[in-house]
Design a protein around this ligand. Sequence first.
Ligand code: NOJ
Length: 600
Amino acid sequence: MRTLLLRKIAGLILITCCSLAAPGQPAAREVGGAPAVRAAARSTAIAQKPAITVPPNRFAKDAEWWKRAVFYEIYPRSYADTDNDGVGDLKGITQHLDHLQALGVDAIWITPCFPSPQVDFGYDVSDYRDIDPQYGTLADMDRLIAEAEKRNIKIILDFVMNHSSDQHKWFQESKKSRDNPYRDYYVWRDGQGPGQPPTNWISLFGGSGWTYEARTDQWYHHFFYPQQPDLNWRNPKVEQEMFDVVRYWFKKGVYGFRLDAVDTLFEDPAFRDNPNDPGKNAYGDPNQRHVMDSKLPEVHTQLQGLRRVVDEFHGRVLVGETWTNKAEELADYYGPKNNEVHMPMYFNLTVINRLSPAAFREKIRVIESNPVGGWPVYVLSNHDIRRHIDRYGDGQNNDKIARVMAALYLTLRGTAVLYYGEEIAMENNDPKRKEDVKDVIGQRGWPQEKGRDGERTPMQWNASANAGFNDGATPWLPVHENYKTKNVETQTSDPKSMLNWYRQLITLRRSHPAFYEGAYVPLLEDSDSVLAYARKSKDKTGVVLLNMTASPQKVSFSPTQLGGSSAKPLLRTSDAKDIDLRNVTLEPFGVVIAEAGSAR
Ligand code: NOJ
C-alpha cells in the first residue's frame, strides 16, 4: 500500500521499486579509557541454564551452510555497552555470544561498525578497513571473529557500497580540484545554471540529490544525505578499491557481507531527469520515480563482478538489501545463473501490515516460484523497519501474535534473518518529542515521520538498571520501560517464554528433516483465518497451522491429503496433546506444528 508518509528508509526504497514496477503510478514512500576490569566484572551473559537446549547445526561446515542457517542482525550501538559510554560496542557482542549460541544463531550480521561521523549511524563510512573507536578496535573484531567461530557462529559485516562518508579521505581529496586523482571516485557534474543542480533527482532523505561545492564550481550526487556522497562505480579504481576491502575482511575470517542499498550504485550516464508524480513526500519534495538514479541494469553486472571476488573464498556469502515486489526482478538479484547475490533479502512480508493469511500466502508463493530457483531469505523487521510485534500486534495479544510470526518465518523453506531483541518480544520505543529524536529522518520528517529510533533501542538483558545494557550511563536511546519482564535473563529459565519459543522453533529447524529440507506445500488456500502449509521431505511431512485471528478456528484435512489423519504434535501454543487432522481446533492466535501420518 502506498503512503505519502515516508515511514522508513525501507519504505522509501520500496517507493523506488514500486515506481519502477508500476510506471505511471504515483510514487508513495571504548573508546579507550573505560577500565577493562569493569567490563569484565559487569557480566550480563547468561547465568542460568537454558530451559531449552538447541542442538548443534549439522550443516555448519557445508559450503552452502547459509541455506540451513538462522541469521541475526545486531545494531552494534544498541546491543551491549561494556565501556559504559552509552553506546554499544564489539566487546559487548563478544560478551553475549553464549546467548546467541543458545538461541541457535548461525551467523550475525553487524550493521556498520567502521569509522564514521555517524550522521547515518555508521552508514556513512570514513574508513572501510578499521573499526570506529566508539565500538572498539581491530583487535576487538579479531577476538569477536575467533570467539564466534568457537561457537560455530559466522560474522557478516555490512558493505556500504553506494556511498562513503564525506569525511572519507577519498572524498576529502576528490573535492579539492577537478583534476585531483580522486575526483572520479565520486559523481561530479556541472549545474544547469547558477544554483541549478544537474538533474531534478531528489535525495531519499529529503532535498536535492545534489550538493554544490563552490571550490570547484560543481555538484556532487548523493542518493542519501549530503554527508553520504555516491561513489562512482563506473570508475575501475573504485571497483578495485572496494573489491579489495571485501578480500581484506574475508582474510580476517569474516564470512560475508550484507550489501547496503545496492540498487543505487549507478546513475543514468546521460543524467536525465526522473519523472515526477503528483503530490509531495513527507519532506515536501515532489514524489518521484527514481528510474534514472536507481535499479540501472549495470547494478547486476557489478554484482556479478563482486560475486566472482566472493567465490575466490570458501563458503562466503552475499546478503542483499534488495527491495522489489516483482518475482522477475527478484530473480535478477540471484543472477541469471545464480551468480549474483546468494541471499537477496525478501522484504515483501514486511510490507504486509495486518495478519492476513491470504497476503502472506501470496508473498510466499512469489518467492517460492521465483524463476531461477533462488533461495528464499525471510525478513520481518530490521533497523529500518518497525518491529513486527508492533506492526501486527493488536495491543491485547501482541506476544501471541509475535509467536505466530516467529513460527511462520522459522518454519518456512528459507533462511530467516532475525532482528536483535525479537527473541524476547522487544517492542518499538518510539520517541515522544521531536527534541529526543536521534535519526535525521525523524528530525526532518517530524511529526509525520518519527524516524527509526523506536526499533533501535538498547537490547534488554536483565531487570537491572538500563536492562543490563551497561553500567548506568545514559544509553544513546532510552530503554523500553517493559524491560523488567522482557529481558533475556528472566526469559531464559521460563520454559514458556518467548525466548524459549524461539529456541524450540530453531530446534525444530535443526533437527527435523521436514523443516531442514522439506519442500513448501500450501494448504487451506482459501482460508483467510488460518495460514497452513506442509513441509515435505522424502520421508516426513511437517504441518504448520497458524491461526491469525482472535477467534478459535476449526480446520480439517482429508486423510489422503497428508498421508493419514493422525499426527504427532511437534510444537504448539496450547497444552492439548492429541491431533486428529480431520478435526483440529486452533485457539485464538494458536500455532500447531505437527508431523503428519505418524501418531504419538
Ligand atoms: C539502508 C540502511 O539499512 C539504512 O539504515 C541507511 O540509512 C541507508 N541504507 C543508507 O545507507
